[in-house]
Design a protein around this ligand. Sequence first.
Ligand code: IMP
Length: 426
Amino acid sequence: MPGIVVVGAQWGDEGKGKATDQLGDRVDYTVRYSGGNNAGHTLVVNGEKYALHLLPSGILNDSVPVIGNGVVVDLDVLFEEIDGLNARGVDTSKLLVSANAHLITEYHQVMDKVTERFLGNRRIGTTGRGIGPAYSDKINRLGIRVQDLFDASILRQKVAAALEQKNHLLVKVYNRRAIDADQVADALLAHAERLRPMVADVTRVLNDALDRDQVVLFEGAQAHHLDVDHGTYPYVTSSNPIAAGACTGSGVGPMRINRVIGIAKAYTTRVGEGPFPTELLDADGDRLRTDGAEFGTTTGRNRRCGWYDALVVEAAATANAFTDIFLTKLDILSGWEKIPVCVAYDINGERTDRLPMSQSDFHHAVPVYEYLDGWKADISGARTFADLPRNTQAYVRRLEELSGARISGIGVGPSREQVVMINDLL
Ligand code: IMP
């Protein structure tokens, strides 16, 4: 009963789709369990590039794509992505959506934008997609769920209740126009019949699949350090991208997960605000950004770039119990004379080789670097570990020693085939 979770080990955009691709046709179900259309998966299949924000990457292979209860769904985006894929000949008819998933509505997007503006320089740097406000409503018990679409009168009551307080805030605090509850309800109801055949008891479907020994892949969005409980709070997303989130976000018990694959980029990036000790604000950072095409797929923002931080990955390896690490974008590091790797922090004159417990300390952490020898060769054609130059192998081995789990795969280029596999991921 293989339950496999793929989780980002840093701050997102690690290239998780690359690892899930390696499981390919052997996966029966691919499940998104947290987040919403704040994610950005770029996948290259047969030379064609696909950018997905909400749909699981399994939509592009033969597995059954599933949106779990832990996801917040913007129906406009869902159908836009489906239409876009259909227009390119991709079959999306197997998609299942949990009846318990919450919906993102117009007012969540509006609240996301106005609160960010209101926060000024304390802003989070959200994607502006309404993610945080939709999760707030869920926890506040004011959320709208997929199943509410099939009872119009309940839906209207729930939308009116959710808007009551928000309209006061919008008008009196944020100086904006009130939002009309009926218009919101109408917009949601307009999607109901198209959505109906996709709606399922996802918990039952996935547990039955695991009982039949089928392979269920839980595809993380965002990453460990953006987790609302374990990340660099408050500079985080509003859900639980960590491996344990696969259980709450889809309804499978922890005993059913037997593989947790952490995806770590060979350097580090981050979008939005928040601490980032190894960030490079100089020409080296620009070079990583250009070489790695580090521009967000979701918002188009420049990603902040820096060297590999082994403490960041180790903390994720511990809290998620990574069984494997898949190292991505190693080819981007070709051509450097020396490659710094952060092995410890200096915090107010004291050295530590573990992520500090306190956020204030993390904000003051100064990276302590080890300088590894670089390599000049183009490694994008490598397919086995032995194909890699000696210095590249040494870089990988050192990261493995520092990061707390074995490195089982390495990405050496953008397309599906450009990987060095060391251990099978299944
Ligand atoms: P939100 O998820 O839109 O609320 O944004 C909260 C924080 O998470 C911001 O710093 C975003 O830039 C970041 N974030 C959200 N989704 C992703 C992602 O898929 N990759 C990287 N950063 C993300």
